[in-house]
Write a protein that binds this ligand. Structure first.
Ligand code: ATP
Ligand code: MG
Length: 444
């Protein structure tokens, strides 16, 4: 017997009282059987959208043409979707049309994986037509029906298989794997946005290293070829015990499941495969090239159509992940100015994860350096020392008041003053900086 939230219970009851069928379905049934808390509760019903709308006082037309109405209960929305059959698929992308049906079985058959194709209501109990509960118990991702057919209908399902596998720590069943390997190339038909959603869910999951399955099955060759290059790039030196790709996968496991952190960890060495040098003995080495890495990361994230904040933050982490400033207050103030002080906590997290994914060679020393970096920076910030233009005791307006003309010169003088203050925090007083500005101006 499964516990449903009162709101869900109420929606199903209302549908049943009106002579329709209603079930909790998909992810929420799967997660509840696993003892996890579902993100949201989806309901599937024999009622048509207009019939659903007539039964509830507050509804939102979420996707009427696909049969989905959002029913509001106590200020929470529940998606109620009419039983449907997805019509013929166009381009392995979207169904050309959806057809409503009165059969729950038909609605369940169109779903991607057995563990996602179960429905539940108190009156009927669990409806599990494809042995989803068994696959759940045995930790298996398996297509409903013929895998090759299902991936031909919608190529995104191949990445969804990887994603669910990574979230749940499940294996992908053999036939399902074989079908992915066979059809991997068709993932090119899927939009960047839908691909990015699944990739991000994969790398922010409990098992981000399962991205390796996408590589082994040939999917990343199309959606993330840079990752394939990393997987094929050896780096056997004393600092490393993994090749570039595996080092990144291990690094992701060492950092919290936050999108920008995991993406930065994934891409921090993305330029390595492109930066090869040969030493005097003829031995090849790959070296990190953070600026190039940052540029490549930006290009990848743009291609995946991610938002500008994510791109800027992730790219900055890649750019600075290997900076190792001298541990003096003066150098660290310049360093904080360079990276932008908001970046510091995440940058330290990235640097720590990077170290933990390297060999044990000098690990203690590397971690010790990082702790000192962290505490010295904390000291600078606790003393409220100026580490950016915003912290200067004067601003552009003050300089205008001195009679310095509006324009480029103001910015140049502010930068000059900042350099002085980064070297000597005691000089950050308005009186002193105004004097310096005047002197600078006279010499121009
Ligand atoms: P999550 O917890 O990530 O939301 P979920 O199982 O709810 O997981 P959704 O993407 O929200 O996944 O989809 C809801 C349900 O719709 C799935 O459980 C599955 O039954 C079905 N579904 C979603 N996308 C597809 C697809 N591309 N092909 C077939 N069925 C799908
Ligand atoms: Mg969902």
């Amino acid at each position: 017997n499964m516990q449903l939230p009162a709101d869900v219970e109420n929606i199903i009851q209302t549908l049943e009282n009106a002579g329709f069928e209603g079930y909790a379905v998909g992810g929420c049934v799967r997660d509840t059987l696993l003892g996890r808390v579902p993100k949201d509760w989806d309901i599937t019903t024999s009622a048509k959208p207009q019939e659903v709308k007539a039964l509830f006082s507050h509804t939102i037309d979420t996707g009427i043409q696909h049969g989905t109405v959002t029913v509001m209960q106590n200020h929470v929305g529940y998606e109620v979707t009419t039983y449907r059959i997805d019509g013929e698929y166009e381009d392995a992308r979207h169904p050309k049309e959806v057809t409503f049906t009165s059969s729950l079985a038909e609605d369940l058959r169109r779903r991607d994986f057995t563990i996602n194709a179960m429905a539940y209501s108190h009156s009927t109990g669990l409806v599990d037509l494809f042995d989803g509960e068994k696959d759940l118990r045995e930790h298996r991702i398996r297509c409903v029906g013929n895998a090759t057919e299902r991936f031909s209908e919608d190529a995104l399902r191949m990445l969804r298989a990887i994603r669910f596998s990574a979230q749940l720590g499940f294996e992908i069943e053999q036939e399902t794997c074989d079908a992915i390997r066979e059809l991997a190339g068709s993932i090119r038909k899927i939009s960047a946005e839908r691909i990015a959603t699944e990739l991000i869910k994969t790398v922010t999951s409990a098992h981000p290293d399962y991205l390796e399955k996408a590589y082994k099955l040939g999917l990343t060759a199309y959606v993330l070829p840079e990752f394939d290059a990393m997987m094929q790039c050896p780096q056997m030196n004393r600092n490393h015990c993994f090749d570039v790709g595996t080092h990144s996968l291990v690094g992701m496991q060492q950092i919290q499941p936050e999108k920008d952190l995991r993406l930065a960890m994934l891409f921090h060495d993305v330029a390595k495969p492109l930066c090869k040098s040969t030493d005097e003995t003829g031995q090849e080495h790959y070296y990190g090239h953070p600026e190039m890495g940052a540029e490549m990361t930006k290009k990848i994230l743009r291609r995946l159509k991610l938002d500008n904040d994510t791109i800027a933050h992730t790219t900055a982490l890649v750019r600075y992940h290997d900076e190792r400033p001298e541990l003096t207050d003066r150098t660290l103030r310049h360093f904080l100015n360079q990276i932008g002080v908001e970046l510091l906590p995440d940058l330290i997290a990235i640097k720590r994860a990077d170290i933990l994914a390297q060999s044990e060679y000098l690990r203690k020393e590397k971690l010790e350096y990082l702790s000192q970096l962290e505490s010295l920076c904390a000291g600078i910030l606790a003393r409220n020392e100026c580490v950016s233009l915003a912290g200067l005791a004067v601003n552009g307006k003050d300089l205008l008041a001195l009679g310095i003309p509006q324009g480029k010169q103001i910015g140049a003088i502010l930068k000059y003053l900042l350099m002085i203050v980064l070297d000597h925090p005691a000089e950050n007083t308005k009186e002193h900086l105004m004097e310096m500005a005047e002197r600078y101006e006279k010499n121009l």
